[in-house]
Unconditional design. Structure first.
Length: 124
């Protein structure tokens, strides 16, 4: 049984509408939660002995008790991966969120799984 011209147009428009909806949903999902290395830029204080510094591109350092541990970092969506130069420190993945001058890191693979709140040190 052959479809009439009206039915073919309806099927075409329904398929086109479905494709547009799928593309729109995919775009929203890609943009939602997209972090940027630039939003991490600065020095973030965890406590009196621990701070993290990010250059806004891909390099940084963790300072603990006066000793710097250099790392490179990569942002994918809302996850930042820290790869330390020091062999004794494992690569660590954190889900992150920046809200003004507050950075929340939630430990994932390579961490103890804790949630950490850091405050941005004002730039001089």
């Amino acid at each position: 049984m052959e479809k009439s011209g009206g039915q073919r147009h309806w099927v075409y428009y329904a398929a086109l509408a479905a494709a547009v909806i799928v593309l729109a949903v995919a775009a929203v999902m890609l943009l939602r939660g997209r972090g940027s290395p630039k939003e991490l830029r600065g020095t973030w204080i965890y406590d009196s002995t621990t701070e993290y510094t990010f250059d806004g591109e891909k390099s940084g350092a963790m300072r603990m008790q006066g000793t710097d541990y250099a790392f490179t970092y990569r942002v994918r969506g809302s996850v930042v991966t820290l790869t330390f130069e020091h062999d004794a420190i494992e690569t660590a993945n954190y889900r992150f969120k920046v809200d003004g001058d507050t950075l929340v890191l939630a430990g994932e693979e390579g961490t103890s799984g804790g949630v950490y709140q850091l405050l941005r040190l004002p730039e001089e």
